[in-house]
Design a binder for this molecule. Structure first.
Ligand code: FES
Length: 179
């Protein structure tokens, strides 16, 4: 609950654009039933196309195992970068919960769209940014932290391609820290 309040405070303070479903009642430690997250591959054809997802899994809480929903992105990475990073199917699937203190991460395809002036010069590519304390991550370097206090890249999701969809199966261990 503390993390959720912090998320909301950061979002309101930064004025970042997120769907309301990010904070819908019951989505974190709530009563939502576990569900697979799916994205049609057809939505992820062009380089740097992306889709938002919500993946629900049961996590340990003070009330026992409870379903918790983790927002994320699936991003189509250009072939040259995907090959260098050995990304499965050229896709980068990550949690949108910042590893620093759990605020939302946003994906910006253009540097100019970032909500604050970025001092990091390495940003030739689209970027992932947390507006709470201005951590920035480079999807072209596996989520490498380029600025800010985040201690690590965003957690990743395990996925398979099934029936023309990207199907999210699990969250990287540790990713439920701010769930
Ligand atoms: S919570 Fe993301 S930088 Fe602090």
């Amino acid at each position: 609950m503390i993390a959720r309040r912090r998320l909301l405070r950061c979002l309101l303070g930064a004025g970042a654009s997120l769907s309301l479903s990010f904070f819908k009642k019951g989505s974190v430690h709530g009563a939502a039933a576990p569900s697979e997250a799916k994205v049609p591959l057809a939505r992820l054809r062009s380089p740097w196309s992306f889709a938002e997802i919500e993946f629900t899994k049961k996590i340990k809480t003070h009330r026992g195992l409870q379903p918790s929903t983790f927002p994320g992105y699936v991003i189509r990475v250009p072939d040259a970068i995907a090959n260098r990073l050995a990304l499965k199917d050229g896709l980068y699937a990550i949690s949108r919960i910042c590893p620093h203190e759990g605020c939302p991460i946003n994906f910006y395809r253009r540097r100019a769209d970032a909500p604050f002036p970025l001092t990091v010069e390495e940003f030739a590519n689209p970027m992932l940014v947390c507006t709470c304390h201005q951590s920035a991550f480079d999807p072209a370097q596996g989520g490498k932290v380029l600025s800010g206090p985040a201690p690590r890249p965003p957690w990743t999701f395990d996925f398979v391609i099934r029936g023309g969809n990207v199907v999210i199966r699990d969250l990287e261990p540790g990713g439920e820290k701010w769930g």
